[in-house]
Every structure is written in C-alpha cells, then in structure tokens.
Design a protein around this ligand. Structure first.
Ligand SMILES: NC(=O)c1ccc[n+]([C@@H]2O[C@H](COP(=O)([O-])OP(=O)(O)OC[C@H]3O[C@@H](n4cnc5c(N)ncnc54)[C@H](O)[C@@H]3O)[C@@H](O)[C@H]2O)c1
Ligand SMILES: O=C(O)C(=O)C[C@@H](O)[C@H](O)[C@H](O)COP(=O)(O)O
Ligand SMILES: [Zn+2]
Length: 363
C-alpha cells in the first residue's frame, strides 16, 4: 500500500515562520529533521494514557544520540494547570535544557496546549514539535500556535502564541482513541464545516455513524480539510487581530460550560452545545436562515454530540462568558453565521435575545 502523506503549509505570512502539518502514517522518520542539528536534548511531554508511546519515543531519540527525557503529565484538562507547567519547568531545569534544545508534545489538545506553553515560557521560548494523537488535536489544537493553561477563573486564560516547528499527524494513533474522545474531535471538524468548508458537512451527513470511527471512509479527507481551514486562517492572522476569531465559533458558551463543569466535560462536547447556541443566536438576531440553524442540530445529534445544557445555569454561564477573550470591556462578542460559511461578529446582543437563544439550548 502506498503511504500517502499530505503536507499543509502554515504561516510564512504576517511575519511568522512557516511550518508544515503532515498527515499520514509512519511519520516518525520526519522528527529528527524537525528537531534539527543544533539540539542536544529533547523533552517528550506526554499524558499518562500514552506512557508507552512517550517512552518508546524517548528511547528512539536516545538511540539517535539525543539526551532524551520523557515528562509524563496527567490526562486531559488536569494537565493544563500552572502546577503541571511548573513540574515541566523543573524537569527541564534539572536536565540543563538550553535554547537550542527541543520539546516534543505528544497527545491530545490538552497535552499539546501544555507542551506548547512550556516551550513558549522556558527561557522565553524554545522550539517545539507537536505530535497530536486525537482528532481534535490534529485538526485544531496542534495547529496555529495557541498554547496555554486554564485557571479557576476560566479556560485558557494564561498562554502565548508560540507556533510549533512542525506537526506530525499519524492517523494510526486514532485507533486507540476512546470513541467519546474521537467524537469530541468531530465538533471542531463540524465547526470548520460551518465556518468555511461545507463539503465537510456533506461528507459527515453521508454516513454519520461511519464518521464516528477512524475506519470511516472519509477520515483522512475530513482531517485534511479541517486542517486546511485552520491553516488558512492562522496564516493570515496568527495573533487573533480579527479573522482568527471565527475559529472561536461555539466557544463563547462552550468555554463557559467547561468552567462551570470544572473542566470535567470534554472540550468538543461543550463546543457542540456552544455551536447550537450560536446558531440559535444567529437565527434570533436575524442573521442566519432556519435551514442552516436546523442543520446544526441534525448533524451534531447524528454523530452523538450533545445539544443541551442545564437551563438553571444561565446566570453563571453569562457571568463566565464575560472573561471570554473576545470580550472588550463590558461588551460581549459572539461569532455567529450570516449564512453557511459566512462567519461574522455579533457585538453586545440584546440580553433578551441571548436568553431566548439559551431557551432553545437549556433543559
Ligand atoms: N490550542 C488550540 O488552538 C486548541 C484548539 C482546540 C482545542 N484546544 C484544547 O484541546 C483540549 C482538548 O483536546 P482533546 O480533545 O484532544 O482532548 P485531551 O487532550 O484531553 O485528550 C482526551 C483523552 O484522550 C487521551 N488520549 C490522547 N490521545 C490518545 C490516543 N491516541 N489513544 C488513547 N488515548 C488518548 C488523553 O490522555 C486524554 O485522557 C482542550 O483543552 C482544548 O481547550 C486547543
Ligand atoms: O485557534 C483558535 O483561534 C481557536 O479559537 C480554536 C479553538 O478551537 C480552541 O479551542 C482555542 O483554544 C480557543 O482559544 P481561546 O483563545 O478562546 O482560548
Ligand atoms: Zn476548540
């Protein structure tokens, strides 16, 4: 079988260094080239669930002559804390990690967000490579250079823009991913469909059950299409001066739910509820047609993502949304659609419209 590798370039405009996202199988041969000749030490940051993978990578790098260490961090959101970042900084300090050394972040979006943040902050910035192992991390988290951790006050409130030097998406990694984590990643794939590439929605609607597994007929195409959407946006607006905000579709309410659930909900599940809300908000604000708003419900439900959240939590969610990064002073701002693949900003919506939109989401 031919091992097809798709290469997608990111950056290279607006002053950022270009890098490539590779999608295929057996990509580890590319790693040494990305690490480069100047590195003496490599730190592999990986979650508990990928202990074997992390150690195998470390051993492989050691065999190639690097002083390689593995830093194991907790699974999922528990990795995205100041305490875990400090634990990583300590391990780097103890290994004598210098500015020419390289961090490799392996795992889902929580691990790559943390690894990228550690890379951004250690010695004010060292190079890092992302090896995403979930759908969500391949199509979104590992691409674009947003790195960060959560605080008790909100999601991703501390972080830096620090793009990786390369991203290796080995599709074989998806075979061990639990189905709920796989489906969570589909929320960001569907997001890419609604904001920019409706062909993604068509491919999923063709057979939503098949889309729930890595063995589905369109897995690689869905991943590549979603990465292309993200790559195009972040290449023209790395630091979210404007256009990049469209990638936050569904995230204003989604992040508020995640905080309300103390980061125990999966990110994709929260974003799915958030997109349902954003669709209703767009519809009630007179921007979005009924058919496209309804399409959110049907496609999210068809792949098994949630649409609803507790109605009684609205006051807390409203409070949480005030620290969203898109807010400006007291002005709440949401990404809504003017139509399919026509994202736009809705500023300071009438509180009655917000409540009415939540009326469709709350249960
Ligand atoms: N930086 C960005 O631009 C960006 C974009 C989207 C999401 N995110 C962030 O990504 C995070 C969510 O990422 P996620 O959905 O990948 O979840 P995750 O990183 O929390 O991973 C989910 C679970 O799967 C495990 N896991 C990972 N890969 C596995 C594999 N191949 N086999 C078996 N288990 C595996 C993890 O250890 C974890 O327990 C959130 O924190 C979100 O805020 C960041
Ligand atoms: O890359 C972006 O920009 C995004 O908004 C992508 C989102 O899917 C992602 O969850 C991101 O981490 C959210 O960023 P935040 O700035 O709202 O924390
Ligand atoms: Zn997201």
């Amino acid at each position: 079988m031919v091992n097809e590798v798709t290469r997608i370039q990111v950056g290279g405009t607006a002053g950022s260094e270009p890098y490539e996202v590779l999608v295929g199988r057996q990509l580890l041969g590319e790693l040494a080239g990305l690490i480069g000749p100047k590195a003496k030490r490599v730190a592999v940051i990986h979650p508990e669930a990928l202990a074997e993978t992390g150690d195998a990578l470390r051993a492989d790098l050691a065999e190639q002559g690097y002083e390689a260490i593995a830093i194991q961090v907790p699974n999922a959101e528990e990795a995205k804390t100041a305490e875990v970042a400090a634990y990583c900084w300590k391990a780097l300090g103890q290994s004598g990690f210098t500015r020419t050394d390289v961090i490799v972040g392996v795992g889902g979006g929580s691990s790559t967000d943390l690894a990228g943040f550690v890379a951004a902050t250690w010695l004010r910035g060292v190079r890092w490579v992302a090896i995403p192992t979930t759908v969500l991390a391949m199509v979104d988290a590992a691409v674009g250079g947003k790195t960060g951790i959560n605080t008790a006050e909100g999601k991703n409130l501390v972080g830096a823009f620090h793009p990786p030097v390369g991203v290796l998406c080995d599709l074989a990694a998806l075979d061990s991913l639990p189905v709920n984590d796989y489906v969570s990643g589909l929320a960001e794939v569907i997001k890419a469909g609604f904001i920019a590439d409706p062909a993604i929605l068509d491919l999923i609607e063709e057979d939503p059950q098949a889309a729930r597994t890595p063995a589905g007929p369109h897995t690689a195409e869905l991943i590549v299409r979603s990465i292309r959407v993200k790559a195009e946006v972040v290449s023209s607006d790395l630091k979210e001066a404007g256009l990049r905000e469209i990638l936050n579709y569904g995230h204003t309410l989604g992040h508020a739910i995640e905080k309300n659930e103390r980061y125990k909900w999966r990110h994709g599940a929260a974003v799915a509820v958030g997109m349902h809300f954003a669709a209703e908000l767009g519809r009630l604000a007179g921007r979005l047609d009924d058919a496209t708003a309804d399409r959110h419900r049907t496609i999210l439900e068809a792949v098994g993502l949630p649409l609803h959240y507790r109605y009684d939590q609205w006051p807390k969610l409203l409070e949480n949304m005030k620290v969203d990064k898109k807010s400006r002073g007291d002005l709440l701002r949401f990404i809504v659609l003017d139509g399919l693949a026509k994202p736009t900003v809705l500023e300071g919506p009438d509180p009655a419209v917000l409540l009415a939109a939540y009326g469709e989401v709350g249960e």
